[in-house]
Design a protein. Structure first.
Length: 103
């Protein structure tokens, strides 16, 4: 698998992770800020939450890490929780905005 193919697979997998309180995946919500894959296929993800005090934070982050580590070819996965820039609804995809009634 090439690095590009792995990055595509990572996006597919991130779209299977949901905040239990919101019926839209975290990728389309705009919670994923950065995905890095190094030459050894170690993955690092910077992500945020819709609110700093999100009660599902640990669950979501662990779900992301486990799903990334289960992708064939990924050597390791690290999930970094960041709060800058602060998330807002303009970061959502058009599909997410439509699903949540913002359009």
């Amino acid at each position: 698998m090439t690095k590009f193919e792995l990055e595509e697979r990572i996006v597919e997998v991130l779209k299977t992770v949901f905040d239990p309180e919101i019926p839209v995946n975290i990728y389309d919500l705009g919670l994923i800020y950065k995905v890095d894959v190094d030459d050894d296929f170690n993955v690092s993800v910077d992500m945020t939450l819709t609110a700093p005090n999100c009660p599902a934070a640990d669950f979501i982050m662990e779900d992301v890490r486990l799903k990334l580590e289960n992708i064939s070819g990924v050597k390791s996965a690290v999930v970094n929780l960041v709060f800058e820039p602060e998330w807002d609804k303009d970061m959502m995809s058009e599909e997410a905005k439509l699903e949540l009634g913002f359009m």
